[in-house]
Design a protein around this ligand. Structure first.
Ligand SMILES: C[S@@+](CC[C@H](N)C(=O)[O-])C[C@H]1O[C@@H](n2cnc3c(N)ncnc32)[C@H](O)[C@@H]1O
Length: 338
């Protein structure tokens, strides 16, 4: 290619991408979208409600307009249809939990990516102490709530699709392993009134799961089972699911969990694995590859993997077939049939 046709645009946009990211994350932290969900507001009213100094307020709000997250008509600011639906904390459709966690935890620890790349060591709350991440986060009730809500935020869109595209009519029961707040279990139950299931997770998660199942109206068909997948067998069900579980752990643990899933389902049963699965050529799913870098920063041995990797591990565990199905964005599922 002629050098004159080259531009540095992609390089500069990516290098400076923390500007728009941090602008949006601050807006979520400040509750801008929740405030504007009450109705359009002038600069001064909004500024006072969320506590902004006059100096940066106008540029901040107009930057959010220019980024496509707010609208401004005459002198009033309002949410866009997307920010009103997904970033108002008072709506069940809120996905900002993942952005709150990104702002408070991931943004500072990603500042140590270079160190993680040089040492191979986690850079989060478990840096230099070898503690279990979940035990550490869940020791603080606010940390527990933030993490579980973050999981709903990052998984909700894919959960709704899994609840619709899988042939649920052929099955009766499911067990979602490492269920967090339980959004996948809830979406399956909402979309498939004949299905009954459970969410399996560490005991601390129980009350938040149960409250979510109650609020969403499926508590009669979706229950919580406390457990530890290192010590316990997995609950028996026609379909076992693991969303964002395998990527947290090293290869021997991944294989152990796949083996436990195999033992938990009957012949003909299904095991659904769901992650930001990397394309087999490892050259297109940038989000999946960076999710793996997030596992480098967050865990001692976790990593994301390709569909081919996962299918091979399933076959090794005894599954008779395994297939990959893309979901939305960078997410895919791998379905193993026993
Ligand atoms: C990355 S989150 C994934 C949550 C959810 N499946 C999703 O996709 O949004 C991992 C989950 O595994 C759970 N978990 C971690 N260690 C566990 C263990 N030893 N036994 C059971 N669950 C565990 C955590 O509490 C957390 O809910």
């Amino acid at each position: 290619m002629d050098k004159q046709q080259l531009t540095p645009e992609n390089i500069l946009q990516t290098g400076m991408a923390f500007w728009p990211a941090k602008t949006l994350l601050c807006a979520v932290e400040l509750g801008i979208f929740t405030e504007l969900a009450r109705g359009p507001m002038s600069l001064d009213t909004l500024r006072e409600r969320v506590g902004l100094h006059p100096r940066g307020a106008r540029d901040f709000l107009d930057a959010l307009v220019a980024l496509g997250f707010l609208k401004r008509e005459i002198d009033d600011y309002s949410n866009t249809p997307e920010t009103d639906l997904f970033l108002d904390r008072n709506k069940l459709s809120y996905v900002g939990g993942i952005l709150e966690m990104a702002n408070r935890r991931l943004y500072p620890i990603w500042n140590n990516l270079t160190e993680a790349l040089r040492t191979g060591e986690p850079q989060n709350e478990c840096k230099n102490n070898e503690a279990d991440l979940f035990e550490t986060l869940y020791a603080d009730p606010a940390g527990l709530k933030e993490f579980l809500s973050a999981m709903t935020g990052i998984s909700h869109a894919a959960n709704s699709i899994i609840a619709r595209i899988f042939p649920w009519k052929d099955y009766q029961t499911f067990a979602d392993i490492g269920t967090a707040q339980g959004d996948l279990a809830v979406q399956i139950a909402l979309a498939n009134p004949h299905m009954r299931g459970l969410g399996f997770d560490r005991p601390e998660v129980g009350p938040i799961f149960e409250q979510y199942a109650e609020t969403t109206g499926v508590a009669d068909r979706v229950v919580f089972m406390p457990g530890n997948f290192f010590e316990d067998d997995l609950p028996k069900a026609d379909v076992v699911l693991m969303g964002h579980i395998l990527h947290d752990w090293d290869l021997p643990t991944k294989k152990m969990l796949i083996g436990k899933a195999f033992d938990a389902i009957p012949p003909g049963g299904a095991f659904i694995v769901y992650d930001a699965i990397i394309d087999d050529e490892r050259s297109r799913n940038a989000h999946g590859l960076m999710m793996s870098l997030n596992m480098l920063i967050e865990t001692p041995g976790g990593f994301d993997y390709t569909g081919a990797d996962c299918k091979e591990w399933m076959k090794e565990a005894g599954f008779s077939s395994a297939r990959l199905e893309p979901l939305i964005g960078s997410d895919s599922i791998v379905i193993g049939i026993k």
